[in-house]
Write a protein that binds this ligand. Structure first.
Ligand code: CTP
Ligand SMILES: C[C@](O)(CO)[C@H](O)COP(=O)(O)O
Length: 373
């Protein structure tokens, strides 16, 4: 069998999908869609290497899920593809949109079996409706809806893409370059998710798991004179604040770790390293907002959070409602889904000696149910 590298393109921004969730992160059972597709392709044993293109922001999290070769994408499909092609050494390369999740082994084999027939093997579907272009009814038998996966000779495709012209698929680039293209009949299972309505047409997609995912976060900060104090995003009336690289909002930091824990997305230092100047004195509400956006993009919904603040000083009671409201607004949930508790440590330990504050937070998430869209 020919040596074939598979490139799965997953660096798009899902604009037309128009949802909080990016289509490549929709959950099939527990798996994000990109992993569901890649795993099925691994199981076919047809490929010597699998490369996945993804946005720079997503790659760090994808690496927590699996050990494929991840390559940073770019602003267009073709530019993302070129980044991945730089890593291809095999004679043939099969390229597919991650947004075509229901391609199966038989379909892949039927495309690969034509490897020697042309420079690019392309699946297509015909159309059965009348087609009008401007005022003119055109011959619909000449219309082809082009699908992926497409199999190309690697050297031909690399040469064909050595251009500034942007093509919407590999076969168009190869034909424009003077290469040959062989069409084979595609299938509706290989249709692409572009809009949310497309999901209903794809038979292989299982519902997301109904499991509840729970995470815990813990953080401590020492007091520091002459700083403003923020807890849960609320300014506290105090002569001192917290020693920290950021604004020191220890409660938001614990909450971020709880959310990252529940979603399996590492910890706060992985996302916002304290070695980076970008985060110096940063408002922790901005960090929480970024984490919430990512959590939603990756297919999670926040159920509730619970925050326990251990402080001998300051007294928290009068701030609790403002804290709940501030956090709920950032989380995009009802105030009732955010609970704030406070306790002293009965003057024991570093908290009791008024040297700092400790916070434990808990978060519960579920998967976004795209079947209800
Ligand atoms: N800069 C880009 C744009 C697209 N793609 C990938 O190319 C495939 C086809 O693109 P499309 O369906 O248009 O996806 P998006 O670009 O995400 O969608 P939209 O145009 O609606 O934002 C997708 O699997 C997408 O992830 C990519 O790798 N890099
Ligand atoms: C490659 C493709 O899927 C073939 O139909 C299509 O051209 C991708 O276009 P998009 O605008 O990037 O979705």
């Amino acid at each position: 069998m020919a040596d074939i590298t598979l490139i799965l393109l997953a660096a798009g921004s899902s604009n037309r999908f128009n949802s909080d969730v990016k289509k490549q992160w929709l959950r099939i059972g527990h798996e994000p869609l990109w992993q569901f597709v890649a795993r099925k392709c691994v199981e076919t044993k047809l490929f010597s290497k699998i490369i996945i293109t993804s946005s720079k922001d997503d790659i760090i999290f994808m690496k927590l899920y699996d050990s494929f070769t991840f390559v940073e994408g770019s602003t267009t499909r073709q530019k993302s593809l070129k980044n991945a092609l730089d890593k291809v050494e095999s004679d043939y390369v099969l390229i597919s949109d991650i947004a075509r999740p229901c391609i199966d082994e038989d379909f892949l084999k039927s495309i690969i079996s034509k490897a020697n027939v042309a420079d690019c093997i392309v699946p297509y579907l015909g159309v059965s409706d009348t087609i009008v272009y401007g005022d003119k009814t055109i011959d619909r038998d000449k219309i082809k809806r082009i699908q992926t996966p497409q199999l190309s000779k690697t050297s031909t495709l690399k040469s064909a893409l050595n251009t500034q012209t942007q093509y919407t698929d590999e076969s168009s680039a190869i034909v424009a370059y003077g290469g040959s293209r062989e069409f084979i009949l595609g299938k509706s299972d290989a249709n692409k998710i572009t809009y949310t309505k497309d999901l209903k047409e794809l038979p292989c997609l299982r519902a997301p798991s109904e499991d509840i995912l729970s995470g815990t976060g813990f953080d401590v900060h020492a007091f520091e004179d002459k700083k403003e104090m923020y807890l849960c995003g609320v300014k506290i009336d105090s002569d001192f604040g917290f020693k920290a690289h950021s604004d020191g909002d220890v409660a938001i930091h614990a909450l971020i770790d709880a959310l990252l824990g529940a979603s399996g997305m590492g910890d706060i230092g992985d996302s916002f390293p304290d070695s980076s100047d970008e985060y110096k004195n940063i408002d922790s509400k901005v960090l929480l907002n970024r984490v919430c956006t990512k959590i939603r993009e990756f297919g999670f919904v926040i159920i509730n959070v619970d925050i326990s603040i251990a402080a001998q000083t300051p007294r928290i009671g009068s701030y609790k409602l403002a804290m709940r409201e501030t956090i709920a607004k950032i989380l995009g949930c009802e105030t009732s889904r955010v609970n704030i508790k406070a306790t002293t440590t009965e003057k024991l330990g570093f908290i009791g000696r008024k040297e700092g504050v400790g916070v434990i937070a808990n978060a519960n998430l579920k998967y976004f149910d795209w079947m209800k869209i």
